[in-house]
Every structure is written in structure tokens, then in C-alpha cells.
Design a protein around this ligand. Structure first.
Ligand SMILES: [Ca+2]
Length: 421
């Protein structure tokens, strides 16, 4: 049985499909927002989501959305919100912990497998105040009401007494291997420890076993799931759709938020090197500076921090203006950051949707070429952002005198950024 729906619109849609929002509804939920490249049509699809964290597109056009307190729901394009899907694991819903990301199996069409990352409490007596990042796998029932055959395929060890920095994004590579970001649990030193999962990107098979070609397999000093080390609070991760390269974003401390191109077995430096300082305005105790041999520099960093969250590459042909852009959510700036790249370098950036006061937790590109965002709030929302509606520029009139200023050669009026490390 399909889960009960709280939206009247969807209930009606079940009877008279397809039901589109009435013009007045659409108007109320849609606004035009200016950007450097043209006006963006921004539509709130659904509200009432409690601290939504992760978003996945189902093949039938619906959305799967996690709510950090521990619920997974289906949201329809018309704004219908299902009752919670059953079978979701118990989560440690304290501080930054709870139910985090959601990802579909690359073979979802045939196996209907869904993966969830979450903060899991200690499982042995007396450890319920500790928590660690974990990954759950289940099968979404045909009616979408339940996860069955549920199993936890990965548990970060050790579980620590902390409520922060769990990560945790999920992403599949082209081989069907699963990458998991794991935060440092607010224990900076863990990110450099080879025998702990904290502060790492991990690479596992879908049953939780370790691929034989992981970088530290066979080295007894290292936990074999580790793919990269030295990460602090990684809340964005995606594969570049053309190069296949893995990228991620992570929160710095005070300043020093990063976007990194992730290589096999490399060390991204936290807390040994950082472009940020402590929340107490003093240097990070373990830091020796901003660079050191053998430690990777970010492709770009932000000081002050933007509060990096979701990460998405735009390659959809719907918008020539956005192709090649990278979108990064800003929890602190309450904006959507569009980065323009020259190969792997950030050469310009634009902050979209500023002024809406939205803490953007996740950003994804739909197959329709629109962006889909989750806005973090106790009354959070799912939002669609359509690419700029570019108005052709009028043909410039010939100028006789004075001579025109030298062209910058830039097609876009974007704020250039200083060369980043
Ligand atoms: Ca770093």
C-alpha cells in the first residue's frame, strides 16, 4: 500500500492524474530571482520537511528525501509528501547527527536498493552517548512504503562521544563502488589516524566489503576502507560527469572551507594544515601552517567560511550558460554558490538566491536540467531552480567617439576570484 499522503493535491492527483498545481498555487510557490546570467524561476515544491538533509531522484519522477531526525519520505513533483517510509534504521539524532544522505543503487531499476548514511549510537551497554557514521542498505518496496531486507553495511570505528561532524555524503563511481564521507567527529586528530574511520573518505562495495584495489589494502597499519585522509567535516561529494574525477567539499573551522579534487590514497591535511583558524580565533592547535609537503591543497578555499554543503556538477544541455559550472550549497552564506571552472581551477563565482535566507543543505541536478535544493530548517523545503532565462542582448550600436573600452574577453559578468591554492 502506498504511504498515506499529507497533501490534498497529491491525494487528488491519485484519482485524476496528472494533476498540476493550479495557476494560483504555482504563482504562490514560484518566484523570479535575478542572477548575473538572467532571471531564475525558483519554485518551492514542498514545505514542512524537518531538517531535510539528502535528496535522490527516483526513476518515476518522485524524490526521496531524508529528514535528519530519522525519517525518509517520498515527495512528488506536485508537492505531495508521504508518511515516513518504514524500515529506516534508528539514528543518533543529536547535535549534527541523525539521518543524513540517501543514494540509489546504480542498478536500482532492477534491485530497488537504497543506501542511507546516518549517525548511529553505540550498540553496547553504556555506549548510547557515543555515535559514529554508518551506512544502511535496504530494498524499497514496490509501493514505496517500506525499506525491507535492511542491513547496516558499514560502521565507522571507534564510536566517539560527540554530536558533530559525521559527514556524510554517499556517491557511486562508474564501477558501482560506494564512496562515503566520514567527518572527524569534532576530534581533529582522528583525521590523521590510520586506524580510525573518522576524517576520511571511505570506499566500499555495496555489501560493505573492501575492494582489493583500495590504496591501503594489505598495510596492517591502515583500516582498509580508507580512500583519502585528512578531512574535517565533509558534507558534499560528487563525481565529475565527464572526467569521472571525485570531488568533495568540507567545512573548515573558522575560515578555510574547501573544495577538493580527491585522489586515491592522498592526504588532504586536516588538521595539520588549514586555511582557517579555531572558533576561539586562535590557531588550530595541531596546525603547522597552510601547506606542507605530502599534504594536498584544496582547489579553492573560502575565508570567511560559506558553510559548504552539497556539491553538484552541471553538464545538462538545457543551459549553455550553466554548463561547466559547479554548484555548492552555503549554509552560512544562505546562498547557492556557482563556481565557474577552467579545467580544475575555480576562476569565477557567483552567489545565487542570496536574500531568500535559505540554509542550503543539498543541491542536485535533475535530468530536466533544473537544480533541486534542500533547505535546512525545522520547516524545511524542497526547491526547484530553473536555469537562467537568458534575454538576447541588443546589438550594440556603433560607437564613434569616445572609443570603446578594451574588451575583457569575458562573456560573463562574474566576480573573478584570486588564484587559489
Ligand atoms: Ca584540506
Amino acid at each position: 500500500m502506498r504511504p498515506a499522503l499529507t497533501s490534498l493535491a497529491f491525494a487528488i492527483a491519485m484519482v485524476v492524474p496528472p494533476l498540476l498545481p493550479s495557476p494560483s498555487q504555482a504563482q504562490a510557490n514560484t518566484q523570479q530571482v535575478a542572477s548575473q546570467l538572467g532571471s531564475l524561476r525558483v519554485t518551492t515544491i514542498a514545505t514542512g520537511l524537518q531538517n531535510p538533509w539528502g535528496l535522490a531522484f527516483l526513476p518515476d519522477g518522485n524524490f526521496l528525501v531524508t529528514e535528519r531526525p530519522g525519517r525518509l519520505r517520498i515527495v512528488t513533483p506536485q508537492g505531495g509528501v508521504s508518511t515516513p517510509i518504514t524500515g529506516v534504521p534508528a539514528v543518533f539524532a543529536r547535535g549534527q547527527g541523525g539521518l543524513l544522505d540517501v543514494a540509489l543503487d546504480p542498478q536500482f531499476a532492477s534491485n530497488r536498493r537504497v543506501y542511507l548514511s546516518f549517525a548511529e549510537a553505540g550498540l553496547t551497554p553504556g555506549t548510547s552517548n557515543t555515535a559514529g557514521t554508518a551506512v544502511f542498505r535496504g530494498r524499497l518496496s514496490d509501493d514505496g512504503s517500506a525499506l525491507t531486507e535492511g542491513t547496516v553495511i558499514f560502521r565507522a570505528t571507534p564510536k566517539l562521544s560527540t554530536e558533530g561532524h559525521f559527514g556524510s555524503r554517499l556517491a557511486f563511481d562508474s564501477q558501482g563502488l560506494l564512496y562515503v564521507t566520514s567527518g572527524d567527529n569534532f576530534r581533529s586528530a582522528t583525521a590523521q589516524l590510520q586506524n580510525q574511520h573518522q576524517g576520511k573518505i571511505l570506499r566500499i562495495r555495496t555489501d560493505g566489503t573492501v575492494p582489493a584495489d583500495n590504496p591501503f589494502v594489505g598495510n596492517s597499519a591502515w583500516i582498509p576502507e580508507i580512500w583519502s585522509t585528512g578531512h574535517r567535516s565533509p558534507q558534499g561529494m560528487a563525481f565529475h560527469p565527464i572526467t569521472g574525477q571525485l570531488w568533495m567539499t568540507e567545512h573548515g573551522p573558522k575560515g578555510g572551507d574547501e573544495i577538493n579534487r580527491v585522489g586515491r590514497g592522498l592526504n588532504y591535511g586536516w588538521p595539520t594544515i588549514t586555511w582557517g583558524i579555531g572558533y576561539d580565533d586562535r590557531p588550530v592547535p595541531e596546525a603547522i601552517g597552510t601547506s606542507a609537503p605530502g599534504l594536498q591543497q584544496p582547489q579553492h578555499y573560502w575565508t570567511p567560511s560559506i558553510g559548504t554543503s552539497g556539491l553538484a556538477f552541471y553538464q545538462n544541455r538545457r543551459s549553455a550558460e550553466w554548463i561547466g559550472s559547479v554548484f555548492v550549497g552555503g549554509l552560512v552564506t544562505r546562498g547557492l554558490h556557482r563556481l565557474r571552472m577552467d579545467a580544475d581551477r575555480v576562476v569565477a563565482q557567483e552567489t545565487l538566491l542570496s536574500g531568500l535566507n535559505w540554509r542550503i543543505r543539498d543541491v542536485r541536478v535533475g535530468s530536466d536540467g533544473a537544480l533541486y535544493l534542500l533547505v535546512d530548517d525545522t520547516n524545511g523545503r524542497l526547491v526547484r531552480v530553473e536555469p537562467p532565462n537568458v534575454v538576447p542582448r541588443a546589438k550594440p550600436r556603433p560607437v564613434v567617439s569616445p572609443p570603446p573600452p578594451a574588451s575583457t574577453g569575458k562573456r560573463l559578468r562574474e566576480r573573478s576570484v584570486a588564484t587559489s591554492p
